[in-house]
Design a protein around this ligand. Structure first.
Ligand SMILES: [Zn+2]
Length: 328
């Protein structure tokens, strides 16, 4: 026992020398936040740089591992850096799962609804769960998370979910964010934080081609970057994924999003619209209290799979690994 504790201590000591920034720190004084592309190298890591910013006098990158699609925030001084245009960066990383995923999303950019990557591998026995947090005055639908934890606690811990957060939702739900971070820090749930735009504007009257992010006068810089800044302020690491409000987009706006180095994520199973989840589906529900029927459907789905879950024959897949697999 003492021996193993000692070993653990050594291990922790070893880890404490790896200079990864606390990705979960709250960046409260961000300045000069900007798109910045290129290659960051620190053997054996080859990472793609997406953003650069300062906070309390220190200089940081938002980085993506192009093999795993996982992102992290770290101080820039840790890397040797080659700044490039996004086009050159994508050529540089051209054989990676990241480049294949973003190119795939661009190929699926023409439809007005549900552009981007909408499903993973049918060979996966299970689904990737995504929940959108569009602006809402209602409290977070916490049942979703507590049920996930209950059903998966013996088979998959932490259980993965991708949460698409809008800026306006974050502004009004500080207590909910703190509650989610407690689940994260307790190792109950693993979150992928997806950009869902800042304002998430929607009109009941406008046709789809002028609605959501297609509304004339939309400031994409603000919609994308202000959301990321607010995530960082709240201690959430932005992922490489973007979900269009209402799943509405056109080819032009898809390319605007990929120009920020982000991968648009659609869905082939919006449960509240009656679409069924298949193996490999990217399932969409709303966690913002506005669509309880979708959360009910998901909880039903979990109950119906109870036996398979217990036998690890039906699992939740991390969005990053689903997207990465799709391209193989
Ligand atoms: Zn939404």
């Amino acid at each position: 026992m003492i021996k193993s504790l000692k070993f653990l201590g050594l291990l922790m000591l070893a880890y404490s020398f790896v200079p990864t920034a606390k990705a979960q720190q709250n960046f409260l004084n961000i300045t000069n936040y900007r798109v910045y592309y290129g290659w960051a190298h620190n053997f054996p890591q080859d990472l793609l740089i997406l953003r650069r910013f300062e906070n309390n006098g220190r200089d940081y990158f938002l980085l993506i591992n192009p093999q795993t699609l996982q992102t992290r925030v770290n101080e820039s001084s840790f890397y040797s850096v080659k700044e490039m245009s996004l086009a050159d960066t994508r050529v540089f990383f051209k054989n990676t799962p990241y480049e294949k995923a973003i190119a795939q999303a661009e190929k699926q950019s023409i439809t007005i609804q549900d552009a981007g990557i909408e499903r993973g591998m049918p060979s996966e026995t299970g689904i990737s769960l995504t929940a959108d947090l569009c602006p809402s005055h209602k409290p977070l639908d916490r049942r979703l998370f507590t049920d996930m934890i209950t059903e998966f606690k013996k088979v998959e811990k932490p259980a993965p979910i991708a949460l698409s957060v809008s800026g306006l939702w974050m502004l009004k739900h500080t207590a909910d964010i703190e509650w989610l971070k407690k689940l994260r820090d307790a190792g109950e749930i693993r979150f992928t934080w997806v950009n869902h735009s800042y304002n998430h504007r929607v009109s009941a009257k406008a046709p789809l081609r002028e609605n959501f992010l297609l509304e004339p006068g939309t400031d994409m810089d603000y919609e994308v970057l202000a959301t990321e800044k607010l995530m960082l302020k709240n201690g959430l690491t932005p992922s490489a994924f973007f979900r269009f409000p209402g799943l509405v987009s056109d080819q032009q706006v898809v390319f605007k999003v990929t120009d920020y180095g982000l991968i648009p994520i659609g869905s082939d199973a919006w449960l509240a619209k009656g679409q069924q989840a298949q193996n490999g589906s990217i399932v969409l529900i709303h966690g913002n209290g506005n669509e309880p029927v979708g959360v009910n459907d998901f909880i039903q789905l979990l109950r119906s799979k109870k036996r398979q879950i217990a036998q690890k024959q039906w699992l939740l897949y991390d969005l990053s690994s689903t997207v990465e697999d799709e391209e193989k």
